[in-house]
Structure formats: structure tokens, C-alpha cells
Design a binder for this molecule. Structure first.
Ligand SMILES: *[C@@H]1O[C@H](CO)[C@@H](O)[C@H](O)[C@H]1NC(C)=O
Length: 379
């Protein structure tokens, strides 16, 4: 009985602590009791892999602030930003490949907090994306974390948990994306009797474009352990991992969801290491969205029991849809958010910053509680 009352007290306290925080309710997000829609963009970087840690933010902050202001002025409410990428500046490794901290000089947390404080000022939620699997790795550190669990544990203990603990009460922290598009580095067409580790269904899908080095088992364990650490350090946290294509993010459409609770737990064995929302990216290639694209389906067709964010898209690879039509589609079809690619606009497959802001501006006054939800919420 005493235990029961204590447990009840904890639940009540947890509710109070979470007041105002973005939360998952069924298949959408809520904030302060209202359904909300994440309307925003991918930063994704100012200087790729060199934005946070060892004082780098000091030299990037004018640019980061520029985009916070533009997104805010145009009514956007969220930004996805890439942090470690492949671990050149952050985290810091010793000579044996073990992580000793978030960076060498110990400035990372203050830098990231400063960014969150500026985001709060502009009323924007930040979604840090830790690692990048979409580009062939040029440094060995990330590979070692994926393959060697004692090294991965050193990252969790010395970097990830201290980081989560330091920012979990920051109002501008939206949620965590463990890894961008691990499919770039997955070995496709690998047979396994365990369906979660069988990648034969990815044959000729394009998966493996960035090296095809790791098994599904290794990559899913990598995500499971980090998600578990985040959830234990902050039980109210939101965690996702951005898939390159919904092809491996659903059990419907004759395909397989590698990101399911079952597959993540099976790979890493850590119960809390699951995602509480899904996110996937969608670009038209050769002028067409493929059969798995969220721009070809409504949310219900994926059969998912958690919110789903279209976490990368743009008009330039958008099958002729205008960015306002893409946003409207995401909003009308049951998705929980949409993030344009990408605000810094320094690559080939990107919309201009101006076009992305036009999309955000189109979304800013939306507040239909029966679909989509409120865009202009208060962080
Ligand atoms: C989703 O699309 C399917 C197939 O077109 C349709 O049957 C279903 O009614 C749609 N559901 C919603 C909620 O729009």
C-alpha cells in the first residue's frame, strides 16, 4: 500500500514535470493539452561535423541565430540539427577509441545549451541528430562504436548520459534523432533466420550506398543502446531515428519495419531502447516518388502505432508538388510533422532557404485539432 501510494506520488510528480513538454499521445504529438504539428526545417549544419564542441559554436552562432530568426519570423516551430556526424570534433576519443567526453576542451554542453537558449528565445524546438549514416565514413571512430560494445558504452557513459542530464529540463529541447539514414551503411541482401536482421528485402533498394559495412543487427543495437540510455536519463524524452525511406519503416506495403520495438530490443537487449516516434525522409528520384513515399500514402496505410514525421523533403525533389502542397499533404494525411531540406542550402539536392521559408509561412496559422494540429505553439 505504501509502495502504491509512493508510486502514485511519482506519477503525479512526473506529470507536473512534463507540463508544457512535447509529448506523444497515441499517433500524434500534444503540447499543453493540444494536438500539435511540427513544422520546420533541417538546419542541418553550418560547418558539417564541426558545429558543436571545442568552442566551434562560438564561430557558428551568428549563422545559427540567423536561421533561428528566419524560421521563427516565418512561423516555423522546430529544427533538426546534426551534431556528432562521425565524431571528428565531438565526442572526444582516446588513442584506443574509447570516448572520454563530449569534446576535448569541455565546452560542448555550454555551447549546446546556448543554442537551446537562443532557440527558446525564438520559440523553436530543437531536435539534435547524433550520427550520420548517409555518407561514407572517412574516420574510424564511428565504425568502432558500432562494432565494439565496450566503446559504445564509453560513449553512453562519458558523453550521451551527461549531455541528456544537462539539457533534459531545457524547454527548447524537442527530442533526439539517434542516426540519420543508417541504411547508407547497412549491408543489403544479407540472409538471416531472424526477420529483424534479414536485409534481403533491401536488395536493389539503393541501401548500402555509403559503404554497406554493417549488419542490421549491429546498427539496430547501436540505436537500441543509445535510445535506452536517453530514456533512462530522461524518461520524458522523445527519441527517433530517421530512416532514408519508409521502405524499412513499416510492416505494411509488403515490406518490413526494422525500427520496430521488437527489432530494436532483439538487436540490443535493452528494454527502454525503443523509439517513441518514427521519422522518415522522402525525395523523388528521376522525377517520381517511390511506392513507399509518405507523399503517396496517408499515415494510416503504414499501420504504425506512434507518430510519424516526414523529417526530410523538399520541392526540388518533389515530383512537381509545390512546397505548400507538400506541407498541406503532410498536415492533412495524418503525419505529425514535416521538416524541409535544408536551411543552410549549401548542397545540390536542396531548396533555397527562401522557398523553405515560404512553406513555413504557409503553415504558420494552422490549428485544426481534428487533423494536423496547432503549429503556433509556445515552446
Ligand atoms: C488512407 O488511405 C486508404 C487507401 O487509400 C483509405 O482507404 C483510407 O480511408 C485512408 N485513411 C485516412 C484516415 O485517410
Amino acid at each position: 500500500m505504501g509502495l502504491f501510494v509512493a508510486a502514485l506520488g511519482l506519477v503525479v510528480l512526473a506529470d507536473i514535470a512534463n507540463a508544457g513538454r512535447l509529448q506523444v499521445q497515441g499517433t500524434h504529438f500534444v503540447k499543453d493539452g493540444k494536438r500539435v504539428f511540427l513544422s520546420g526545417g533541417n538546419q542541418a549544419w553550418i560547418a558539417y561535423g564541426h558545429d558543436f564542441g571545442d568552442n566551434n559554436y562560438e564561430y557558428r552562432k551568428v549563422d545559427f541565430e540567423k536561421y533561428l530568426k528566419l524560421v521563427s519570423e516565418n512561423g516555423g516551430n522546430s529544427i533538426r540539427v546534426w551534431i556528432h556526424v562521425e565524431g571528428v570534433v565531438s565526442p572526444h576519443f582516446d588513442n584506443n577509441g574509447y570516448v572520454t567526453g563530449l569534446d576535448e576542451r569541455g565546452t560542448f554542453i555550454a555551447e549546446f545549451k546556448e543554442y537551446l537558449h537562443r532557440a527558446q528565445h525564438y520559440n523553436i524546438l530543437i531536435f539534435p541528430c547524433l550520427w550520420n549514416g548517409a555518407k561514407k565514413q572517412e574516420h574510424k571512430h564511428l565504425a568502432e562504436l558500432i562494432l565494439d560494445t565496450s566503446k559504445l558504452q564509453s560513449y553512453i557513459d562519458k558523453a550521451l548520459i551527461p549531455w541528456v542530464q544537462a539539457v533534459k529540463d531545457e524547454p527548447a529541447l524537442g527530442g533526439w534523432d539517434i542516426m540519420n539514414e543508417f541504411e547508407g551503411e547497412i549491408i543489403p541482401n544479407s540472409h538471416s533466420n531472424e526477420p529483424c536482421f534479414d536485409t534481403t528485402f533491401l536488395l536493389n533498394s539503393g541501401a548500402g550506398w555509403a559503404g554497406g559495412t554493417y549488419s542490421a543487427h549491429e546498427l539496430l543495437r547501436f540505436i537500441n543502446w543509445q535510445a535506452d540510455a536517453i530514456m533512462r536519463a530522461d524518461p520524458g524524452a522523445l527519441v527517433t531515428a530517421g530512416s532514408w525511406n519508409a521502405r524499412d519503416n513499416t510492416d505494411r506495403l509488403n515490406t518490413h519495419n526494422l525500427y520496430s520495438d521488437n527489432c530494436l530490443r532483439k538487436a540490443g537487449g535493452r528494454w527502454n531502447g525503443i523509439l517513441n516516434f518514427f521519422s522518415s525522409h522522402s525525395y523523388a528520384w528521376g522525377g517520381h516518388y517511390d511506392e513507399f513515399s509518405p507523399f503517396r500514402h496517408n499515415f494510416s496505410e503504414y499501420g504504425l502505432s506512434k507518430p510519424f514525421v516526414i523529417a526530410e523533403f523538399n520541392q526540388v525533389s518533389g515530383e512537381g508538388m509545390d512546397i505548400t502542397e507538400q506541407f498541406q499533404w503532410a498536415y492533412d494525411k495524418g503525419y505529425s510533422g514535416a521538416w524541409t531540406w535544408h536551411l543552410h542550402a549549401d548542397g545540390s539536392n536542396t531548396d533555397s532557404t527562401a522557398n523553405q521559408l515560404r512553406g513555413l509561412k504557409y503553415m504558420k496559422d494552422k490549428n485544426d485539432q481534428s487533423k494536423g494540429g496547432l503549429v503556433a505553439f509556445t515552446v
